[in-house]
Structures are given as structure tokens and as C-alpha cells.
Design a protein around this ligand. Structure first.
Ligand code: FE2
Length: 372
């Protein structure tokens, strides 16, 4: 977007820039100096900032603002001069009315009927565009599937290698999901598991989970996923106060199922950032500890809202179900999408392996692919 003019405001403390589409935005002198893109301010190689705030005078002012060809030259008090591309300034505008966004802009909320994006491991490895689209689906929908894995132990690492590194935990580099005698976790039984996010007792929680199937000849044992953001949005529309109470007070989660491990985290069911945007959902009844962070007067309300959120999550209208075959896997954004399984028979075998990875690595690989 081309600039059409610039006005110095308030003795140079700010500038109003006007664009050719009729829009305008104000920028502070301190912001412009701190974010200058020139070689004296940012390393031209790695883009990292070379100056600290202490290097900028407290009373820095704009003395000159000149609109040129797709750019704006700013001259500061003290003599520093820098040039900003107009598109860059347009993209970085922060002068807009206060608006509270509840859900991140890039996410697509979904319910039953959502077609989960899937691709074949071979194509994801060899075709950058296919890999980009698959990673974009994880970022947008919080879930995607992969087929064509070797049905051998550890093949789920091939999925993680598409974008990053395994996050090792007390469960190991990966963990086995099959029936065990004296299981250390209810996941290792043939019981059905209510939709949940994994490891809410970790801080931070693993951002991604991959579950890969090696054997599945049992009756039952279907997998299901639920968009926790969509479920929370349903709650918010039905009962804004209920949404608020789950976001405003911390729950507590614990795990001490194996010796030498006592994990605990105090975090809300619905976690928001400082701007009010939801960052994560934690929902795992098996791991919830006695909650003491909700005030007495709010506890009834908190339980009622949690019960309702659970009903929304359990409703068939929220769930997308599928049956994993050997060589198939799915990935979920564990800060958002819940996973479940139905109970299965004790005859036949069901063997899945699961592992965790970090979401920032996936988003980084996606951004790099998008930039090429
Ligand atoms: Fe799980």
C-alpha cells in the first residue's frame, strides 16, 4: 500500500501516516526509532536488533517525515535517519480501536463433519508444497493425518522429522499405547477414554501429539478428535459467564503414576493471553487434582461450566471419528484439539505408539516454507 502523506504530531512525539486507500495510522517516535530496519539498528544478516532501549534518548522525536516512492524517510532528533517501506508500516500498524479477539485469527473452528486434511508420508517428504499444506492444516485446524508409515516400532518419528524434533518426556522418546497388566496410565488399558488433551500436568504442555497405529484388529478402539476451541466457543455463546469463570481461575493437574515422577501444573481450563485471546485448552478429567484456585463463591459456577464444557465435548456433534489402520497416524495440536478412543475388545490386538513434539518448531517450518 503506497503512502500519500505524513504529519508530525505532538512536537514530534508521533507521526500520522496516510495511505492511498484513505486509511491512516499513528506511530510513536520511540516505536519508529526502536523498529528502524537500517543496518545500524538491525543486523543485515540475521535481522536481530543491535541496539537496546538505553541507546535511544528518552525524548526522541521525529523531526522529518517524508513520503517517497513506496517508502517513508524518518529523521529523528539526534540525527539518525531511516527509511521504512510503506507496505511494512501498513502491515505493522497498531493504531486501531481496542478489539478483543477471542480466537487466534489463523484458526478455523470445526465440528462434526470436518474433513481432516491427510496426506501420504512419501509425498510429504518429497513435495514441499504438500508438506506446507499439511503443516498449514495443523496450524489452522489443529489436526491432520498421515498414511504410508512403516508399521514398525518407532516409525512415528518419521512424522516428526517432517517439521522438527521429538519432545522426550518421562514416558520416553515415544510411548506404547496398548493394554498392560497394572498399567501406569489408564491409556494403557482397553477402557474407552473421554476426549482429553494430554499431559495438562506439564508446564508447558507438549504442543503436539502424534499417535501412530501399528496393529488394530480389535472390535472398537476408534479414535476421535474434538476441537476444544470450538467447544469452548459453544460454551461462550451459551453461557459467557461460564466461559469467563473457567478462564479466570486456575485448575490444577497432577500425575504421579510412576515412581520418581510427581508432575503438577496450576493452569486454567481455558487459558488466555494478556490481550484476551485464547492460547490453550486443558481438559483431562483423569489428571485433574483437587482444585483450590477457584474462590469459594465461584466454585459452584466453575463446576457447572466445566460440566457443560464436558457435555459439549462429548456430544457427537463435536466429534470427528476415524479408525486408524496400521501405517496411519494423526497429529493434534495438544493445546487445542482433544483426542479420544472408544473401548475395545480384549480379543485381537491394538498397538499404537505416541510421541510429543513442540508446536513452535512446526510453525517455524511452516513459515519458512511459506516464505520460499
Ligand atoms: Fe491421550
Amino acid at each position: 500500500m503506497d503512502l500519500s502523506g505524513a504529519d508530525i504530531l505532538d512536537g514530534g512525539k508521533a507521526v500520522r501516516l496516510r495511505w492511498s486507500n484513505g486509511s491512516a495510522a499513528r506511530f510513536h517516535a520511540i516505536w519508529l526509532r526502536d523498529n528502524a530496519l537500517d543496518e545500524a539498528t538491525r543486523d543485515p544478516g540475521n535481522g536481530q536488533r543491535l541496539i537496546s532501549l538505553a541507546d535511544i534518548p528518552r525524548d526522541v522525536a521525529v523531526e522529518r517525515a517524508e513520503v517517497g516512492d513506496a517508502s517513508c524517510t524518518i529523521g529523528f532528533s539526534g540525527g539518525h535517519e531511516t527509511v521504512f517501506p510503506s507496505d511494512w508500516l501498513f502491515d505493522k500498524s497498531y493504531d486501531r480501536p481496542d478489539e478483543t479477539r477471542i480466537w487466534p485469527e489463523e484458526v478455523n473452528l470445526w465440528q462434526n463433519g470436518h474433513a481432516v486434511h491427510g496426506d501420504d508420508l512419501k509425498s510429504l517428504r518429497s513435495d514441499d508444497r504438500a508438506r506446507r499444506d499439511w503443516l498449514a492444516a495443523v496450524a489452522r485446524d489443529g489436526v491432520a493425518t498421515v498414511s504410508g508409515l512403516e508399521a514398525t516400532s518407532g516409525s512415528l518419528e518419521d512424522v516428526v522429522r517432517l517439521f522438527g524434533h521429538i519432545r522426550e518426556t518421562n514416558y520416553g522418546r515415544w510411548f506404547e499405547v496398548r493394554s498392560e497388566v497394572n498399567p501406569s496410565n489408564l491409556a494403557y488399558t482397553n477402557l474407552g477414554l473421554q476426549a482429553h488433551t494430554d499431559n495438562p500436568y506439564r508446564d508447558p504442555v507438549p504442543g503436539l501429539q502424534i499417535l501412530a497405529c501399528l496393529e488394530n484388529t480389535v472390535e472398537g478402539g476408534e479414535s476421535a478428535v474434538v476441537d476444544g476451541f470450538a467447544a469452548a466457543e459453544t460454551l461462550r455463546r451459551e453461557d459467557p459467564e461460564g466461559f469467563e469463570v473457567l478462564a479466570a481461575h486456575p485448575a490444577r493437574f497432577e500425575y504421579a503414576g510412576s515412581s520418581g515422577v510427581r508432575l503438577s501444573a496450576k493452569r486454567p481450563i481455558i487459558e488466555r493471553g494478556p490481550d484476551g485471546e485464547v492460547l490453550a485448552i486443558r481438559f483431562n478429567n483423569r489428571s485433574m487434582a483437587a482444585v483450590t484456585g477457584v474462590p469459594f463463591d465461584a466454585m459452584d459456577r466453575w463446576y457447572a461450566a466445566l460440566r457443560r464444557l464436558g457435555e459439549i465435548i462429548d456430544a457427537p456433534a463435536s466429534q470427528v471419528s476415524f479408525r486408524l489402520a496400521p501405517g496411519e497416524a494423526f497429529i493434534v495440536d495438544n493445546t487445542r484439539v482433544l483426542h479420544a478412543r472408544t473401548a475395545f475388545s480384549s480379543s485381537g490386538s491394538r498397538w499404537l505408539q505416541g510421541c510429543y513434539a513442540d508446536k513452535d518448531g512446526l510453525l517455524s517450518t511452516l513459515a519458512a516454507l511459506e516464505a520460499t
